[in-house]
Design a protein around this ligand. Structure first.
Ligand code: ATP
Length: 542
């Protein structure tokens, strides 16, 4: 950005330098010599213009590395080695004293924790970091306008934060960070929830950041066009950076040129496709990274049969919608959606950010009660029929739950217990006085199916966002639903987790369940779903 006070040192001084960084979380610090480290001897240097992707499976330490690089770890465990940003040692460095130009800014990987909760309107949220760092109001407004234009979200400026879709929230959080014009931009899974067009705009923003002399560090469990943007790819395994790094330098210029051409959306996918077929792709898969560009090739996923009981004659739909229409805040979000889900089917709902995918699932689950006045005015019309043709249209959510289970985009809102096991034990199946808690064996079984066996006694908020989603999926499985509604189940998953999810869903379909899911991972959806529906975004009238 032009004419801003710069926190960047001149010349070739590294903007970010980690030297021999080790980190132990508090529970491991008592026995530092033998306890497993979350990070071990990590050495990494980023100069002006550098973009580095650190890839690794869930639990490998990618988020810990991001927080260490941002100076956010030392108080919560034992940190060894050193971290310097723009020649200042962290965590002593204080961004607030640098006249609005922050040396380092971090976008975390938890979509539920990215927004401040201090602003009710998007424009205020985006301006907030600048205002907190003492920038003049006009400067805050100028920067906010620039980053909203860059990320293509100017239309969101006056919207209420609580009304945003998942992708709109992610873009708002990114915009807030960019207003700080940080020297080092640290992004933990920045593509979470973003559609292809938004990913292309993010790439453009990252390119501008690097061209202007900044540096970018991206951490991810998934390979996509945003990680492919980085000329250097490193792998993290059990907290250690591995020797086998993938240098994309020779293809970078070509790929980036394509990614940023006018047809950036299609080209972004093409470039990532091409990258996935280079020598690095097997390396990524072997290291537990999910390749959003090559999902169909996974042999372990192909093992589970696709067809369920739907092939038997005489099965009637488990879920039907007729003319399902949702109007929110005066704008039509869903317009006459007709769906029919037969037993054993997996249906994918695709569409850009804000198209109404979550709204569809919530409307089916009965989670959008009619409210005719006020800021969140919502009207739902049309018909929803459940298993055996039972009319769910006028039933409240808790009564629909006997027929279908809903796993929302944000798992946090569905969790309330202090351990994973307690959360699952409080799931109640059946109706009225016949409702009963699941047995210990039933809980153990779903923990195994969702890969959570080792985490039975873990607090859900000590899990990764993807694992938290698994807890909610496990609770849904305990309800033995005939219809499963699954909102964005792929977010933040590594390769093994994606394969487990895929097997789980195919197993459910094989047992006769009907699954309706939403995702931005189109390759995965094409491989998994027999039916794909695409929702389009309707222009807002207010
Ligand atoms: N309470 C509300 N009042 C007004 N508009 C709302 C409300 N809640 C959601 N919306 C809007 O409805 C539209 C659809 O949102 P929804 O979350 O269903 O989109 P989505 O397709 O799931 O998007 P994403 O891919 O980003 O998750 C968005 O424009 C969103 O801002």
């Amino acid at each position: 950005m032009a004419d801003l006070p710069s926190a960047r040192p001149a010349g070739s001084t590294p903007l970010l330098q980690l030297r021999g960084v080790g980190f132990w979380y508090p529970e491991a610090t008592s026995d530092h010599a033998t306890a497993p480290a979350a990070l071990r001897d990590v050495t990494l240097s980023l100069a002006a213009g550098d973009a580095v992707a650190v890839l690794g499976p869930q639990g490998s330490g990618t988020s810990t590395l991001c927080r260490a690089a941002a100076g956010l770890l030392a108080e919560h465990g034992r940190l060894t080695g050193s971290v310097t940003v723009c020649d200042a040692a962290l965590p002593a460095q204080e961004p607030a004293r640098l006249s609005g130009a922050a040396p380092v800014a971090l976008l975390g990987d938890d979509p539920e924790a990215q927004l401040t909760g201090m602003a009710s309107v998007v424009l205020d949220e985006i301006q907030l970091p600048g205002r907190l760092t003492g920038l003049p109001l006009t400067e805050c407004a100028d920067r906010a306008q620039q980053v909203m234009d860059l990320l293509g979200i100017a239309e969101l400026a006056g919207r209420r934060v609580e009304e945003l879709s998942g992708g709109e929230r992610q873009l708002t959080a990114l915009a807030s960070l960019l207003t700080l014009d940080p020297a080092v931009l640290i992004l933990d899974q920045p593509s979470l929830s973003l559609d292809a067009a938004a990913r292309a705009r993010l790439l453009n923003a990252l390119r501008q950041h690097c061209t202007a002399g900044g540096a970018v560090l991206i951490a991810a469990h998934q390979w996509d066009e945003v990680t492919a943007f980085c000329p250097r790819t490193l792998f993290l395994e059990a907290g250690s950076l591995q020797n086998a790094s993938l240098t994309n330098t020779e293809k970078r210029d070509d790929d980036v040129a394509r990614l940023l051409s006018p047809a950036a959306v299609d080209d972004a996918r093409t470039a990532a496709d091409r990258s996935s077929h280079n020598a690095g792709s097997p390396t990524r898969a072997a290291r537990g990274v999910w390749d959003t560009t090559g999902a169909a090739a996974s042999p372990t996923i192909a093992e589970v049969p696709v067809s369920g009981p739907s092939s038997a004659p005489g099965w009637s739909p488990l879920l039907q919608t007729r003319g399902l229409t949702v109007v929110r805040g005066g704008s039509t979000v869903l317009n006459g959606v007709d769906l029919s889900l037969i037993p054993g089917s997996i249906t994918g709902a695709l569409g850009p950010n804000g198209a109404g995918k979550s709204t569809l699932l919530r409307a089916v689950a009965g989670l959008l009660p009619n409210r005719t006045s006020g800021a969140g005015a919502t009207t739902v019309s049309g018909t929803v029929l459940g298993p055996d043709g039972v009319d769910l249209t006028d039933l409240p959510a808790y009564q629909r739950a006997g027929h279908l289970a809903w796993v929302g985009q944000d798992p946090g809102v569905q969790l309330s217990a202090s351990t994973v096991e307690k959360e699952l034990r409080q799931t109640r199946r059946g109706e009225g006085r016949r409702r009963r808690a699941p047995s210990a064996d039933e809980v153990a079984e779903v923990l195994g199916r969702t890969g959570l066996s080792e985490h039975a006694q873990t607090h859900p908020y000590d899990l990764t966002p993807a694992q938290r989603k698994d807890v909610v999926i496990a609770a849904a499985l305990l309800l033995q639903p005939r219809v499963l509604l699954l909102d964005e189940p792929t977010l933040g998953r590594d390769g093994p987790s994606m394969e487990r999810l895929t097997r789980l869903l195919r197993g459910l379909a094989h047992a006769g369940c009907a699954v309706l899911l939403t995702t931005h991972d189109h390759r995965w959806a094409q491989m998994l779903c027999e039916t794909l529906i695409t929702l389009t975004k309707t222009p807002r009238t207010s």
